[in-house]
Every structure is written in C-alpha cells, then in structure tokens.
Design a protein around this ligand. Structure first.
Ligand SMILES: *Cc1c(COP(=O)(O)O)cnc(C)c1O
Length: 232
C-alpha cells in the first residue's frame, strides 16, 4: 500500500472513531482531502485509494491540477482566500466554495456560475477566534450576510466554515466549534436551511466531529508535510 493510501485509511478510521464517540453516524462526516502544494500524481494516488473530494487554496495551482485530472470524476472544493478577479474561474471549476466572506464575492459567484451546472455550494467563513491575520467575517456579521447570500440565484448557501486558532488542549479546541454550531442553529431558527459545518483539520478534527462537524478538511495527515514553493 502507498503511504497516501495507508494515511487515508488511518484518517478514515479516526473519523469513524470520533463519530461513534460522539454518538453520530460515520456517514454524517465527509472527508475533504486538502491537496494544496501536492501534485496531481498525489491526488491520483488518493483517488485510487477511494478519495473523490479534494480541496484547494490557490486558484492557479488548482486549475492546473483539475485540467491534469479531467479523466477522473472528482469533486473540487475551494477553501482559500478569494480575489474578485478570480471568481469566474472558481464559479466554473469548483462544486463548493467554503471561504466566502463578502457579499460582493457571493454576488459575482452567483452571476458567473455557468447556467448548465448545478448551483454552486457555498459556506461562509467565520473568523471564529477573531484573529487579525485571518480571513472570514466576524460572528456579529454572520446573520445579515447569510440572509443576503441565501437569496442569490445559482448558488446555494449550505453552512459555515472556520479555522480556529491552533491549540493543543482538546477541551479548548472544542469551544470555537461549539460556537460555530450554535451560529448555524441560530441561522436555521431564522428560517435558513443550512446543513454544513466545515470545521476540523489534521490536528483538531476529532474535537470538531464531537461538536458536529459535517465536513473535515484534512491535508497533512493524508499527504504529509507541505513544502511551499515546490510541488510534491
Ligand atoms: C491547509 C488547510 C487545511 C488542511 O490543513 P492540515 O492541517 O494540513 O490538515 C484545511 N483547511 C484550510 C482552509 C486550509 O487552508
């Protein structure tokens, strides 16, 4: 077995364990393989091991891989910062975008989503740990933006995404995930119909699953450490 295949198997087992511990069914949790900085060869290896959903952060890097892998049926998720001059290519090439944090970006994605494709699936990124350097809207802005975005055509608001500040302690890891879950419930109480909590990475996905994550975004635990500036 390749390293990527055995890593994937270990991650799937850990996800199942975390789900069972939380009294949840394993198929409530979708695994996204975060392939940024890794080559299309690594993605092909993961696909051979049964992985279909991949997430990318950088538009140019992603579209090259999507082109190189067009013979496979893969589902592409965009999870990186979005510049407004990149919305058209994102709307054309991806099924999901997790990192929407401005109405203007959502409007452009809505206008530019090709009519022959299903609605683009969207999550709002929330800056849950209020870090200055991080993208995402503040928790106070979520309701207004979510309601505005939910009315746009050609896109479908599915839920919320967050990248909490990294901490080692599992109890502390859970707090921001609980907050995100409560935010989602609050939106649904206002008439929205959201089903997605995109939260949990290699170091904290067990805590995220215990607080209700429906999508975990895992890179390092599958592909190994990233080396920026070169492709592996
Ligand atoms: C890189 C990245 C991940 C994956 O992080 P790992 O720690 O490698 O699992 C998940 N989400 C986002 C938004 C990322 O940029």
């Amino acid at each position: 077995m390749t390293t990527i295949a055995s890593n994937l198997q270990a991650v799937r087992t850990a996800i199942a364990k975390a789900a069972v511990r939380a009294g949840r069914s394993t198929d409530e949790v979708t695994l996204l393989a975060v392939s940024k900085t890794f080559s299309h060869v690594a993605i092909r290896t993961a696909h051979l091991a049964g992985q279909i959903r991949f997430a990318e952060n950088y538009v140019q890097e992603a579209i090259e891989k999507i082109a190189a892998l067009h013979d496979l049926t893969l589902e592409w998720h965009f999870i990186g910062p979005i510049q407004s001059n990149k919305t058209r290519i994102i709307a054309e090439k991806f099924s999901w975008v997790h990192s929407v944090d401005r109405l203007k970006i959502a409007e452009r994605l809505s206008e530019q989503r090709p009519k022959n494709l299903p609605a683009l699936q969207i999550c709002l990124q929330v800056n849950i740990s209020a870090e200055k350097s991080k993208s995402g809207i503040s928790p106070e802005e979520v309701d207004e933006l979510a309601i505005a975005i939910s009315k746009l055509p050609q896109i479908r608001l599915r839920g919320l995404m967050a990248i909490p500040a990294p901490v080692e302690n599992v109890i502390l890891q859970r707090q921001p995930f609980t907050q995100l879950k409560e935010m989602l419930e609050r939106l649904n109480n206002q008439g929205l119909n959201l089903d997605t909590l995109s939260m949990g990475m290699s170091h904290d996905f067990s805590a995220a699953i215990s607080e209700g994550a429906t999508m975990v975004r895992i890179g390092t635990a599958i592909f190994g450490n990233r080396h920026y500036g070169e492709q592996n």
